[in-house]
Design a protein around this ligand. Structure first.
Ligand code: F6R
Length: 233
């Protein structure tokens, strides 16, 4: 078991620790950062916005983007990243998949080619209640690269809180694959709140299985998990 688990009950301290890990990366010369969206990342990006961290010589690549909503839509991941991070902390170059592409399959392939041309020093991850990472839903092959995915009802329901109604939640997304994510040199996963307990337990104690995508991280040599969940309870 190589996943390093850091249980930090107090959320402010947990997010300070995440900022510390990113700062260490920058100080050690990391310049390519894989980023994530979602509610879990909001306090982190807020802390980064308020920090003096400088990413102007760095590249960012995001995990995923919805298909079928404009990049200018307030709930697109491009808008999320602009508002939460990039407007305040610009990177030299920031990439997200283009969910508006005419040919999304081709876009997924192009994104994978881009990833392969880079070395991801660091990848930030959240976790879905069903154990998804990126939008790699249960059953996704660990050999998968960037691809177009149909979102499960459970994920659409979980994300409906950001939209006026569930009908407006996109049905597809482009996501980095499991293999694409595992190429990152260092992975930091943040799991906060009771809803994430089952998925986190699977990561820490469970068998490695494609039925619970996050368990792939057991096969990675450098994973740090930050959580407020005490798994002994
Ligand atoms: C976001 C992403 C997703 C989220 C996950 C948790 O880019 O790839 O895997 O990390 O759905 O979302 P929140 O943080 O909203 O619970």
């Amino acid at each position: 078991m190589v996943v390093k688990l850091e249980v930090i009950n107090e959320l402010d301290s947990l997010y300070n620790r995440a900022v510390e890990l990113i700062t260490e990366q920058l100080n050690n010369g990391a310049n390519t950062f894989g980023l994530a969206t979602g509610g879990t990342m909001l306090p982190l990006y807020e802390k980064i916005r308020q920090s003096d961290l400088d990413f102007s010589n760095c590249i960012s690549v995001n995990l995923d983007e919805y298909v079928g909503i404009a990049q200018s839509h307030p709930e697109s991941y491009r808008s999320f990243m602009n508002t939460q991070l990039f407007d305040a902390k610009p990177f030299k170059q920031s990439y997200l998949p283009n969910g508006e592409a005419n040919n999304v399959q081709e876009e997924a392939q192009n994104y994978e080619n881009l990833l392969k041309s880079l070395t991801l020093d660091f990848q930030l991850l959240g976790i879905g209640e069903n154990g998804h990472i990126g939008f790699n839903e249960p059953g996704t092959a660990f050999t998968s690269e960037t691809h177009v995915v149909k979102l499960t009802e459970s994920t659409r329901k979980a994300n409906a809180r950001f939209f006026d109604s569930i009908d407006e939640v996109p049905k597809e997304a482009i996501t980095m694959g499991i293999a694409s994510i595992l190429r990152a040199k260092c992975i930091v996963l943040i799991a906060v709140g009771e809803k994430k307990r089952a998925a986190l337990e699977a990561l820490v104690y469970g068998e490695v299985t494609e039925d619970i995508p996050v368990t792939c991280l057991q096969q990675h040599p450098n994973v740090i998990v930050l959580t407020d969940l005490d798994l002994s309870k």
